[in-house]
Design a protein around this ligand. Structure first.
Ligand code: 5GP
Length: 199
């Protein structure tokens, strides 16, 4: 998705060989026009799938998840990482290790909102080793819902998550795929063979 790639190149910061910071348009401040286009692009890529719910994980997945849900005309459910005082009954949980924070969270969804027979599109902001996506898949399988696709805003293709999930048969659609990060340098998958674009 060209607009997203331009934004990543102009505003993204490679903090290390593993971590990309996109706080100015996705993870802290959000660019609503870009988010709208992200929602449209996800809806287009999964339009054949008869999706009934979009599922994401708080907090960074909520923006792109909501925009996709709006375009698809279905509800968004976000898995919670913290215990909620009001979310008490009929909880489905999974364990997710956070790549960026180096901590393990128990994520929680009420089985009132994801049920057997639902066709679920999982959305997240980043795909690294795939722990977050796997936790959401786990929640769907516990309630008997079908995961019909996984939509990712930024996939770091040099990490294992995308390959593993595709090998397991999931349709994973990433709007920008990063081949390599170096301090101050971001290379997209298509440009790997050519000259890297410095930022
Ligand atoms: P995974 O579970 O696939 O290993 O990592 C995905 C989760 O970790 C995403 O929900 C995202 O919040 C966070 N994450 C992974 N890599 C990055 C990164 O390079 N930058 C940012 N901002 N978040 C990341």
């Amino acid at each position: 998705m060209q607009l997203l790639k331009e934004k990543i190149l102009s505003e993204g910061q490679a903090l290390s060989e593993d971590i990309l910071k996109v706080d100015s348009f996705l993870n802290h401040q959000m660019d609503p026009l870009l988010m709208k286009e992200i929602g449209k692009e996800f809806a287009k890529r999964f339009e054949q799938k008869e999706i009934t719910k979009v599922l994401t994980i708080e907090s960074s997945g909520i923006g792109p998840g909501l925009m996709a849900a709006l375009e698809l005309g279905v509800p968004l459910i976000f898995a919670r990482k913290r215990k909620s005082l009001t979310l008490t009954n009929d909880l489905v949980t999974a364990s997710v290790h956070s790549f960026t924070k180096q901590e393990t969270n128990t994520i929680t969804v009420s089985n009132k909102y994801i049920e057997a027979g639902d066709k679920v599109l999982i959305i997240d902001d980043f795909l690294a080793v795939g722990q977050a996506a796997r936790g959401l898949v786990d929640i769907c399988s516990q309630v008997g819902a079908d995961v019909v696709g996984i939509g990712i805003v930024i996939e770091k293709a040099f990490q294992s998550g995308g390959k593993d999930l595709r090998e397991q048969g999931f349709q994973v659609e990433s709007l920008a795929e990063i081949a390599e990060l170096k301090f101050g340098e971001i290379t997209f998958v298509e440009e790997k063979e050519g000259a890297p674009i410095n930022v």
